[in-house]
Design a protein. Structure first.
Length: 350
């Protein structure tokens, strides 16, 4: 059993308001092949939830939610929008752009993965996106693909814009970090920033920030990061459980600890920056990771930023997974849960 959890939205939350196929108007999103380019949708928030599937890929790539693998993906927790036990597929991709109040295209191209069930391509129950949709905004279809296979790990690792980063001159807000800035790294001294990106999204669902309150992990200041951003923890418990005394834990996996929680509502601007290699940096006094360049992380940034990353690291275009190893061992979700349970039991060893 290989469990994968991701943020999915009920198909009825993206409803057709205009289309050359008038029969689609008033209905929720369906497959790419049945949806003409130029079709306009309106998005209503509140229909998203975490969904877990057992990805039994039979020796294939269990990091990807596949199309045309009818019996390899079974729902174990449908979050109320799809029944447990259902076999599902990532059926197709639909590319959308937002429309402003004058009906003009605005913002990046957003990739929507449409989910089907029971081996029936037209039986769509939900969808996922690589960028958060905005409540009440209209979107127009600008393209798509009938092959919907999508990696699960397409989230952005980043800091909230006001986070103070330790640099050579002292402290600098993440939103003010620029290429060439000399940022403190624990293992390599001050290193020049190679790339900086910013993304503003709705602070909801898979993009709702994680707040680490003062004192939660021995920190003096609050830290706000994206859910997948990994925090460095040093503990005798890590040595006992995993054979290393330092580990990276995704912020969302720390939510079982007192003082660590999700904060949803409004919008949030995330900032991500990277060096030539993966590094440990200081953010509001907490040691955590810099942006980790990989095929999955690139898929979560906006189009212009993605082009810039591919220009810096063209090997990504040929399928290279990453530019190097992580600075320390990252824990998987079940390992992080075990670790946090152990810490709460009073075995921190800090």
């Amino acid at each position: 059993m290989v469990l994968r959890t991701f943020f999915a939205i009920d198909s009825d939350n993206l409803v057709v308001t205009s289309s050359s196929d008038v029969g689609l108007v008033g209905n929720g999103i369906i497959n790419n092949s049945d949806t003409p380019n130029g079709t306009i949708f309106i998005y209503s928030g509140g229909g998203g939830t975490s969904v877990t599937i057992d990805d039994d890929d039979g020796g294939g790539n269990a990091n990807t939610f596949n199309d045309d693998d009818r019996f390899d993906h079974q729902i174990t927790n449908g979050g109320g929008i799809v029944a447990n036990g259902t076999f599902v597929e990532a059926e197709s991709l639909i590319q959308l752009r937002a429309l402003d109040v004058n009906g003009n295209l605005t913002g990046p191209t957003i990739t929507v993965t449409v989910f089907s069930q029971g081996g029936v391509t037209s039986d769509v129950w939900g969808f996922g996106t690589n960028t958060a949709l905005q409540n009440g905004v209209s979107y127009v279809k600008v393209g798509g693909s009938n092959t919907g296979s999508t990696p699960y790990s397409n989230f952005i690792t980043c800091f909230e814009a006001r986070t103070e980063i330790k640099v050579r001159s002292g402290l600098k807000a993440a939103e003010d970090i620029a290429i060439g800035d000399m940022v403190w790294t624990r293992d390599s001294g001050y290193q020049p920033v190679r790339w900086v990106g910013k993304t503003t999204v709705a602070a909801a669902g898979a993009f709702a920030p994680i707040v680490i309150s003062p004192g939660a992990i021995g920190n003096a200041e609050e830290l706000v990061v994206s859910p997948q951003h990994r925090i460095l923890l040093s503990s005798a418990s890590a040595e006992l459980l995993f054979g290393v005394n330092e580990v990276f834990v995704a912020a969302k996996h720390l939510c079982g600890l007192p003082g660590v929680s999700e904060r949803a509502g409004g919008t949030i601007t995330y900032v991500h920056f990277m060096f030539d290699t993966h590094q440990i940096v200081s953010a509001n006094g907490i040691n955590c990771e810099s942006f980790f360049l990989s095929e999955f992380s690139v898929s979560g940034v906006e189009a212009d930023q993605r082009r810039e990353l591919l220009a810096l690291f063209p090997s990504l275009a040929t399928g290279m997974q990453e530019f190097g190893s992580t600075a320390v061992t990252p824990l998987k979700r079940f390992e992080a849960n075990l670790f946090c349970d152990y810490l709460q039991a009073g075995h921190s060893g800090r």
